[in-house]
Design a protein around this ligand. Structure first.
Ligand code: ADP
Length: 254
């Protein structure tokens, strides 16, 4: 009978309770993962505490004209969520560094926008609508929706909005090259990024229905660390089992 060397090393024979060893490593790696998720990277610097939200936060992004505000507003009504149109927020609260004459838009101050939204995001139950997504803290969002529109349809929507010249061309190219979808996939876990078509009113209805159902079925993720906090006896047991030879100091019981 062949024995796998991997299996042989995975369960150290010296440990008196192999199942407890496994349990410990599950806890250990979970804590390391949580620590990296909440403390690592420049976008995590605004982290105050682990979120306890009971309703999800949804980011709706996409090229201007794909229907973010239209859909977000309907979704907010259908699912009883708060809707933040970041463009409006920037204008109303002056969260910018002046006006860009070339692109005919405000130069958004990303830090001011994040500070403005932080408390609401901590509470949960928000839909954030903006044509960019890489500067928000990753921990804020449970779902990132990327709306997509066929080029000819988008062209008509943007020209009827008065876009022309470089502003029109830039936005059409942005949609052709799927810039926002790529940005979303680079900024968030791929399993929470959801591209949706937004070409006609049927698409809006279907998207609102799909997302309302998703929001209503959402449950906060079970946090193992929270369970551990309640189990101080486990810490003592692990210390006894490993006789002080494992990096027990990495377990944080806050
Ligand atoms: P965004 O917020 O992405 O810039 P808007 O929600 O302001 O886009 O929509 C731009 C225009 O396109 C609006 O006139 C809106 O009524 C229209 N529109 C948006 N989504 C759709 C859709 N799925 N089907 C038809 N028209 C749409």
């Amino acid at each position: 009978m062949l024995h796998s060397p991997v299996a042989a090393t995975a369960l150290p024979q010296s440990a008196p309770f192999p199942s407890l060893s496994l349990l410990f490593f599950c806890f250990y790696f979970n804590i390391l993962a949580e620590s990296a998720q909440n403390g690592g990277g420049p976008r995590m610097s605004r982290s105050r505490s682990r979120s306890r939200r009971v309703r999800p936060n949804v980011l709706v992004t996409g090229t201007p004209g794909t229907g973010k505000t239209t859909m977000s507003s309907l979704l907010a009504d259908a699912a009883a969520m708060r809707h933040f149109n970041v463009g409006d927020l920037v204008r109303q609260k002056g969260l910018h560094d002046g006006w860009d004459d070339h692109l005919h838009c405000h130069v958004i101050n990303e830090d001011m926008v994040c500070d403005e939204l932080e408390d609401s995001m901590e509470e949960g139950g928000n839909i954030v609508d903006y044509h960019g997504c890489d500067f928000f803290p990753e921990r804020w969002f449970d779902l990132v929706v990327v709306l997509q529109t066929d080029n000819s349809v988008l062209h008509d929507r943007l020209t009827s909005r008065g876009y022309m010249g470089a502003k029109l061309t830039n936005n059409i190219e942005c949609e052709i090259f799927q810039v926002l979808l790529e940005e979303a996939r680079e900024s968030y876990a791929s399993e929470i990024v959801m591209p949706l078509h937004s070409n006609n009113v049927e698409d809006i209805s279907r998207n609102v229905a799909t997302l309302t159902e998703w929001i209503n079925n959402w449950r906060p993720p079970v946090r193992l660390k929270f369970c551990l906090k309640e189990c101080m006896w486990l810490k003592h047991l692990v210390q006894i089992v490993f006789e002080g030879q494992c990096p027990i100091h990495l377990l944080v019981f806050d």
